[in-house]
Design a binder for this molecule. Structure first.
Ligand code: HEM
Length: 457
């Protein structure tokens, strides 16, 4: 692990111990079954949408209808503010946590880095990172060692972002750093359970551990910014951020804002991408015919060439596998907002301060919108196959103006990674069947996804 130098800002660690966050309040409800999402699906099936309930003196409104998502994300979006209580230590005051004019001021100068025209520049760096991962997997194939897939895909996602968007080699150990952030969210989750006396469990991790973990996390952005550029490229996200920090007309975007933007990219832009690719490896290991089809498509489209951005649009089946993976396992299972003013949805009053949870996973698994929703069918994304789907019944990247800035880019990253890795390797899932799910802010495999990898001849 590279040693970090910057001192954490106290303003950014003071959220520790914020057990009032509903991310942590929902956790006890979602502990237990192998797939805790079934609890919420059962509730929405039985009581419909909106479903209002109280949890520890907090009013929660659970939405499961696409039309209701639209109301919150689009038609009355101004009334619903972003909700990040308890997660500020991870994201700081970055774009993803802000609202209104300030959010716009922060997002606008960074938006060009995510325009599809930029993918031509990025793809060689994605491929370079994928090649490095392949060298690593070739060793694993030789030794036959077992490994956890999310750790692997997370390193890859972080490497792709550092190389493509920041013109840097990853100057930190991602396994260590990301474990630190997980330590924080785990302690917070455990704390909320203990406070409610749901289970008399003993926890190894203390708040002191969590605070230390956060200190490491806060040092990472400066470490990346201070490390040597790989090629001194002029058109990178890092350059755009440096330019706006230097612009006296945008005083709000200072160095601390840049640090927080980095935290956001290194977390929100990597964990989600990594989870998608890891679940895709799991699904294609369970469905070898899909893995074979991906290999055939790779041969037809790429032959022995190095992929370019233009190839992405021809990897139709591989991209459909990624889309289907995000339908079955949306990394962000629910989007949360706080109501600013009174509103009405389906005749039910939404009160100021209500925490509104849009249950994306529920819509992704609803038979009204998907033929055989529990089945893995990548073909549903090809041609006219997907007739039942409505506009807001699929929202892995959210919706409206606050939708994911990196959604399109992540699909390029993951489609290329899946295509290239499966052409050389056969990843074999060796964990429990079916893999369990943990639901906190993200939807993660319970206990990880254990794999062995075999090199194809
Ligand atoms: C499979 C990959 C990804 C998934 C599933 C995903 C999911 C999401 C979702 C659901 C939101 C909206 C949250 C809300 O409305 O509350 C979001 C926002 C965001 N995502 Fe992603 N994301 C992914 C990849 C990325 C990547 C690669 C980046 C950047 C490198 C990124 C950066 C962001 C940012 C900055 C926002 C906040 C946008 C705003 O508030 O204006 N994401 N993401």
């Amino acid at each position: 692990m590279t040693t970090a130098t910057a001192t954490p800002s106290p303003a950014h660690t003071q959220g520790l111990g914020d057990e009032s966050s509903i991310w942590f309040k929902l956790t006890p409800l979602l502990k237990g079954p192998d797939n805790p999402m079934t609890v919420l699906m059962e509730m929405t099936k039985r009581y419909g949408s909106p479903l209002q309930f109280n949890m520890a003196n907090q009013r929660i409104v659970l939405l499961s209808e696409p039309e209701h998502f639209k109301r919150v994300l689009v038609s009355n979006a101004a009334n619903y503010e972003k909700y990040f209580d308890g997660l500020k230590p991870i994201f700081g005051k970055s774009m993803i946590t802000n609202d209104g004019a300030l959010w716009q001021k922060i997002r606008m100068p960074q938006q060009p880095a995510f325009h599809p025209d930029m993918f031509v520049d990025y793809v060689p760096y994605f491929v370079e990172a994928i090649n490095q991962k392949m060298a690593d997997w070739a060793e694993k194939a030789k030794t036959g060692e077992e490994f956890e897939m999310v750790e692997q895909t997370w390193t890859l996602a972080a490497d792709m972002i550092c190389k493509a968007l920041f013109d840097r080699d990853m100057p930190f150990n991602p396994h260590f750093v990301f474990k630190c952030v997980k330590t924080y969210t785990d302690v917070m989750n455990h704390k909320s359970i203990r406070l409610k006396k749901v289970a008399g469990q003993e926890f190894e991790m203390t708040e002191e551990n969590a605070a230390k973990a956060m200190e490491t996390w806060h040092e990472v952005p400066d470490l990346v910014m201070a490390s040597n550029p790989r090629e001194h490229r002029e058109k990178t996200l890092l350059k755009m951020i440096e330019d706006v920090v230097a612009d006296p007309e945008v005083p709000e975007f200072d160095h601390q804002q840049a640090v927080d933007e980095f935290k956001q990219y290194l977390w929100a832009g990597t964990e989600t991408t990594a989870l998608t690719l890891a679940w895709a490896m799991y699904l294609t290991s369970k469905h070898p015919e899909a893995a074979d089809r991906i290999r055939r498509e790779g041969e037809e489209v790429l032959g022995d060439r190095t992929p370019t951005a233009a190839d992405y649009s021809h990897l139709v089946y591989t991209r459909s596998v990624i889309q289907e993976t995000m339908r079955l396992y949306p990394p962000i299972w629910g989007l949360i907002r706080v109501a600013a003013e009174e509103d009405e949805i389906e005749g039910k009053k939404i009160m100021p301060g209500d925490r509104v949870v849009m249950f994306a996973y529920g819509a992704h698994h609803d038979e009204r919108f998907w033929e055989a929703p529990e089945e893995f069918r990548p073909e549903r994304w090809m041609g006219e196959a997907n007739k039942k789907q409505t506009k807001y019944s699929y929202l892995p990247f959210g919706g409206g103006r606050r939708s994911c800035i990196g959604g399109a880019m992540s699909q390029v990253e993951n489609t290329l990674a899946l295509s290239i890795l499966l052409r050389r390797f056969r990843p074999e899932y060796v964990g429990i069947m079916p893999a369990g799910i943990n639901a906190t802010v993200t939807l993660t495999p319970r206990g990880g996804l254990n794999f062995k990898v075999h090199e194809l001849s």
